[in-house]
Design a protein around this ligand. Structure first.
Ligand code: HAM
Length: 404
């Protein structure tokens, strides 16, 4: 029997070169959110299926989750998003926690989608959430963090746009038009897809013949948020009366970051306020706001703007052996260097020295040392930097500070 080597459709294998980029993305996220005082939490990828039925929105629960029955007849879901999980964790501890909470996590999430550019069945998503603040300071902080992350990646302000809306304003328009609760729900889903469909107006007419305005003025909350952000030199925030976002749990401000590049003109990430999600756990309401930023879309953007880092091995030095009999001398040198925090690998293959050096080069290891009779006798080694070809003769003790 021969097994197929392709991975399950839409999930991710990260070879070292991919993982290098992935770490660049997650390290950047981590650095920025920790700068704003956010603490990391973590949870299991498995959740009880009912967690998503309560509030996530029909589409994601019925069509997009991986749900199965376990051996004890319980329905289990691979988490499609982190917000219900973090809400559950906050509700579970309740008053033991000291609010406001600033929490972040970088989970992998699973959604049964048709894989396409920017959308896969598994993605990693930075989740930044702030619990316990009702005022616009929370919105301002969230958007500032989102903006800061883009800058940290090297994406300047003119390249993206932050769109903002308030679901309360949309609700007002739906009520003016006299829509029932069900019609409101359908209309909101439609509005969320407005830019992706050509016959929006026709589809709205299947819900109601009453006119619903999508051209209303911003609320004072939105105006204050934008003014405040402008004062912090964040000037690419625009009011967007048709912005909805998919999930049912958002209760107020929603925002989304868009790439303005013509080749990649799409939503990059977003979030919003969800002040009532903890109600599903019978918990007192806790004001909450947050956003989720996926690795797939951000990687595409970094590629578009040529901002991907070039791969470099985490190994600093490769020790090559002129003969296998020098193995224990190489081991001893490596041991000393590792004690000084140098990352060292040794070539034990016994193949030609040229091939050993080639291996180091292919793996993008910056330095090599070759060990033979002379090196062992003199404790003087020639260290070569592969990118420049530059060579230096050093005593064993001097190697670590030279590499550093
Ligand atoms: P979301 O809009 O579903 O929101 O996802 C947030 C981001 O995750 C998207 O904008 C995109 O970058 C990425 N993403 C989502 N689905 C996929 C996919 N199939 N493939 C690749 N990337 C994807 C949420 O998930 C909310 N729970 C975010 C949030 C946190 N709201 C408040 N706090």
């Amino acid at each position: 029997m021969s097994l197929d080597t392709t991975s399950y459709k839409g999930v991710r294998d990260f070879y070292p070169e991919d993982q290098f980029i992935q770490s660049h993305i997650t390290n950047t996220w981590r650095r920025v959110v920790e700068r704003f005082g956010y603490a990391e939490y973590h949870a299991s990828v498995l959740e009880s299926a009912e967690l998503y039925r309560a509030k996530s929105g029909e589409e994601i629960v019925n069509e997009q989750t991986y749900t199965f029955t376990d051996r004890g007849e319980r329905e289990v879901t691979l988490r499609p998003e982190m917000t219900p999980t973090v809400a559950r964790m906050v509700a579970a501890k309740g008053r033991e926690l000291s609010f406001p909470l600033r929490w972040y996590s970088i989970p992998n999430l699973f959604r049964y989608e048709r894989p396409q550019r920017g959308r896969l069945r598994e993605h990693w998503q930075l989740n930044v959430d702030l619990f316990g603040l009702e005022g616009i300071e929370a919105e301002i902080e969230m958007i500032t963090i989102a903006h800061h992350i883009m800058q940290e990646f090297g994406i300047s302000e003119d390249k993206f746009e932050i769109r903002i809306n308030d679901r309360i304003l949309v609700k007002e328009q739906m009520e003016i038009a006299g829509l029932s609760e069900d019609e409101q729900h359908t209309y909101q889903k439609l509005l969320d897809k407005k830019d992706k469909i050509d016959d929006f107006a026709d589809q709205v007419r299947t819900i109601t013949d009453k006119p619903i305005s999508t051209d209303f003025a911003p609320s004072s909350r939105i105006t204050s948020i934008i003014t405040n952000l402008n004062q912090r030199s964040i000037t690419n925030v625009v009011f967007s009366p048709t912005l909805m976002r998919g999930f049912d749990y958002y209760t107020g401000i929603v925002f989304e970051v868009f790439d303005k590049h013509p080749d990649n003109n799409r939503s990059l990430f977003g979030g919003g306020r969800y002040d009532k999600l903890l109600d599903i756990f019978d918990h007192d309401p806790v004001p909450a706001i947050g956003f989720g930023m996926g690795d797939v879309t951000i990687r595409d953007v970094l590629e578009t703007y040529e901002l991907l880092p070039t791969y470099r091995s985490t190994t600093d030095l490769y020790i090559c052996l002129l003969d296998k009999k020098y193995t224990s001398a190489a081991d001893e040198l490596a041991r000393e260097l590792r004690q000084s925090n140098i990352n060292v690998a040794i070539d034990y293959t016994g193949r030609k020295i040229g091939d050993q050096i080639k291996k180091a080069d292919r793996d993008r290891i910056p330095f090599v040392i070759c060990i033979g009779e002379d090196e062992i006798a003199s404790d003087i080694y020639t260290i070569k930097e592969l990118s420049t070809g530059k060579e230096e003769k050093l005593k064993g003790k001097e190697i670590s500070s030279y590499i550093k």
